[in-house]
Ligand binder design. Structure first.
Ligand SMILES: Cc1cc2nc3c(=O)[nH]c(=O)nc-3n(C[C@H](O)[C@H](O)[C@H](O)COP(=O)(O)OP(=O)(O)OC[C@H]3O[C@@H](n4cnc5c(N)ncnc54)[C@H](O)[C@@H]3O)c2cc1C
Length: 268
């Protein structure tokens, strides 16, 4: 159980203090959540609250750069954050939580019902990281997920998202405060159509097979979209309190089709 709290003053100090028995704490909404394994497994919590330079939002060449300690509410209120990211931030319905929770904490939590990751995956967001040996890197959000799941220690310092791209998103939950069975986003990028989703208790994915299908045939039918997800064997979806496997696959198919239509300017 965590018995020490280190108030890091700089990203370098925070990243350099990260060991296997330490964990970062940003807004603390996940770390301090009832049932969270983070404080149970770590001896030291490294607070990022007093770290300099992690709280700005600025326009850069590749888009909008958001410091990892920016809260959801800061994102919602910013004049330069693209609307599509504000929409995803507002999936967190509680304003109290939005005032605490950070974009860095949301990405690092890698939850299968993530508010932001489907959108960040769809727009191919870049994540700036700092490793314990002081190396800085700029990686795509998908590579961050893979490296983090492989056990690599990284402090997220900022996230860069493109502006001027068309994005559509949808979150399925019983109420705004309930867990989502599915959160999906699609984007029309220069390289073409992208689609990503967070499936509760299953994982976060870029649906590259579906993207290729749409690039080959932009006029895909709803039946084809439904059939794609029905037969997508690489997705290991199981039945749980949120619904049957067949229901979740159907939801993926109809939502993907809906997104294709919307991004093509044809409302369903
Ligand atoms: C009732 C309740 C419901 C929730 N529902 C959802 C939900 O539906 N979807 C969802 O996505 N989240 C949900 N959350 C979790 C949480 O609120 C969000 O994921 C939030 O964005 C986490 O941000 P934070 O700043 O509070 O992170 P923290 O709790 O401070 O940290 C979360 C994790 O990220 C790590 N971390 C934090 N900052 C960094 C960084 N800069 N670099 C590297 N690692 C870092 C921490 O070590 C920890 O492992 C819920 C929480 C509660 C209490």
């Amino acid at each position: 159980m965590a018995t020490q709290l280190l108030m890091a003053k700089s990203p370098a100090e925070a990243a350099g203090s990260k060991t296997a028995s330490a964990a970062f704490i940003a807004g603390g909404t996940e770390v301090n959540r009832l049932g969270s394994e983070v404080p149970a497994q770590a001896e030291t919590l490294i607070s990022l609250k007093k770290c300099s330079g992690l709280g700005q939002i600025e326009k850069v060449e590749k888009g909008i750069k958001i410091g990892s300690m920016c809260t959801f509410q800061q994102i919602v209120e910013s004049e330069i954050v693209p609307d599509y990211l504000k929409e995803a931030a507002l999936f967190m319905a509680s304003r109290t939580k939005r005032n605490m929770a950070t974009i860095g904490g949301n990405i690092a939590a890698l939850r299968s019902d993530s508010y932001l990751l489907p959108t960040l995956f769809a727009v191919c967001a870049r994540v700036e990281v700092l490793t314990p040996d002081g190396k800085q890197d700029d990686i795509c959000v998908n590579s961050y997920k893979e490296a983090s799941e492989a056990g690599k220690d990284m402090l997220i310092t900022a996230v860069i998202v493109p502006d001027n791209v068309k994005v559509v998103s949808k979150r399925y939950s019983n109420t705004a405060q309930s867990h989502a069975v599915l959160t999906m986003s699609a984007a029309a990028l220069e390289k073409g159509f992208t689609l990503a989703g967070a499936i509760k208790n299953c994982g976060i994915y870029r649906f590259k097979g579906f993207e290729e299908m749409v690039r080959e045939n932009p006029d895909i039918s709803e039946e084809e979209a439904i059939a794609f997800f029905k037969g997508a064997d690489s997705l290991k979806i199981s039945e749980d309190m949120f619904g049957s496997e067949a229901y979740k696959r159907y939801l993926l198919g109809v939502t993907a089709y809906d997104f294709c239509r919307k991004l093509a300017g044809k409302e369903v």
